[in-house]
Design a protein around this ligand. Structure first.
Ligand SMILES: *Cc1c(COP(=O)(O)O)cnc(C)c1O
Ligand SMILES: [Zn+2]
Length: 389
């Protein structure tokens, strides 16, 4: 195992800027009800950390340990997450008239989705700080991932999920020894119930952005992309957005890499947020110029990971998209189904509905002329389709 010297300094409120101690258990800013963001001593890291040494380490998310929050290697809870393949997809590219199209295939992560990255980071840090029981509301894959990492860390876990979440997600949680409450409602109702139980019984709530470290795990996708493109970031990233940890996390990663002096130039990807037309609060807010999302009433889509009526970090999602000169696109379940078949038939990639949604959105962006044929474009396949069969 790699010895880690984390350069983490403190946490700061994404709204008021108040500073929080990183060696104590933290949730979110009580004054602003806003997410806390991990801040690293990047000046020191710039002097002492060699990006090429990181590239030579054994594969996996924790090879970026200097830029992750855990202080002691013995607290790292890993199942082999990270370094999901970046596949060049030339058949699909030529069908769309694009010369440099890629799929980052996160479906190979432990627990079958990229949620593994975030939960590996969050559960590891929680363990380091002495947490002994964790609770989460989930639209599906976050619950599976938390159950697995909590089991491996020796923590108790409790999960609230909508009763129409894909069956596999529920079984995974049970198999990993979690207590599972199936509820009548969406992740928003599940979040309310988890919060009540957490406060009443002292469970640590690992809800999206209500603790600071899931974003830290997911930001590593941004580091991996930078490294894969030899430290020149690609032009467009198309990301299926539910809670937004990956989108906000990658945008944070690019800022960190710039401060570290690791990027060859200042060019940043345009971040595209994809949602389902049956639950598209980010798209609606983006198009209307709003800074926050309205709660989406009656959320419904096959892409269960996108069935998030309002993210706790809606403002940060919208800021990241706008700062990147990106956009937001809603796609129908029908278009998702077609895209799923196209990815399978053209490239042998079995995409989950959320992953297929990125291709459906790309096709729309090609129609609009929003992407250029020569641009390097990344689609994120965020999980395995097997859970949805
Ligand atoms: C959770 C999830 C998403 C959305 O991810 P966020 O980072 O929360 O926006 C997308 N796809 C799948 C398969 C998911 O499980
Ligand atoms: Zn605050």
């Amino acid at each position: 195992m790699i010895e880690i010297h984390s350069y983490i300094k403190h946490l700061t409120c994404s709204d008021c800027g108040r500073i929080f101690n990183v060696d104590q258990i933290q949730t979110y800013c009580p004054d602003c009800q806003a997410a806390l963001v991990a801040i690293y001593d990047l000046d020191a890291a710039r002097r002492h950390v060699d990006r090429d040494r990181i590239s030579r380490r054994p594969k996996g998310m924790w090879r970026w340990g200097e830029l992750l929050p855990v202080r002691s290697a013995e607290n790292v809870i890993t199942l082999g997450e990270g370094d999901a393949p970046l596949l060049r997809v030339d058949h699909l590219g030529s069908q769309l008239g694009l010369k440099q199209l890629f799929v980052k295939d996160e479906s190979v992560n432990p627990t079958g989705s990229f949620k593994a990255r975030g939960l590996s980071a969050a559960v590891s840090k929680a363990k380091e700080l002495g947490v002994d029981k964790v609770i989460i509301p989930t639209a599906g894959n976050a619950g599976s991932a938390m159950a697995a990492y909590a089991a491996r860390a020796g923590l108790r876990s409790h999960i609230f999920m909508p009763k129409d979440t894909p069956f596999a997600n529920m079984r995974e949680c049970q198999i990993a020894g979690s207590a599972v409450d199936l509820i009548d409602g969406l992740i928003s109702e599940a979040a309310g119930m988890a919060g009540v139980k957490a406060r009443a019984e002292g469970w640590f709530d690992v809800s999206t952005f209500k603790e600071p470290y899931r974003m830290e795990g997911k930001k590593v996708m941004g580091y991996e992309l930078a490294e894969a493109f030899d430290w020149e970031l690609p032009e467009v990233i198309i990301y299926p957005t539910g809670g937004g940890t990956g989108l906000v996390g990658m945008w944070k990663a690019f800022n960190e890499l710039e401060q570290l002096g690791w990027l060859k130039n200042g060019a940043r990807p345009r971040m595209v947020s994809v949602q389902a037309s049956g639950c598209a609060p980010v798209v609606k807010a983006f198009e209307s110029g709003a800074s926050y999302c309205d709660f989406w009433v009656g959320a419904e889509t096959v892409a269960s990971g996108l069935r998030v009526p309002k993210s706790f970090a809606d403002r940060m999602i919208l800021e990241s998209i706008r700062a990147s000169c990106g956009t937001a696109v809603a796609v129908s379940d029908e278009a998702i189904g077609e895209a799923q078949k196209q990815l399978g038939a053209a490239e042998g990639i079995f995409a989950c509905p959320e992953g297929a949604a990125t291709l459906a959105a790309l096709k729309e962006l090609v129609r609009r002329g929003w992407v250029h044929p020569d641009e390097r474009i990344i689609l994120f396949n965020t999980g395995t389709v097997l859970k949805y069969l």
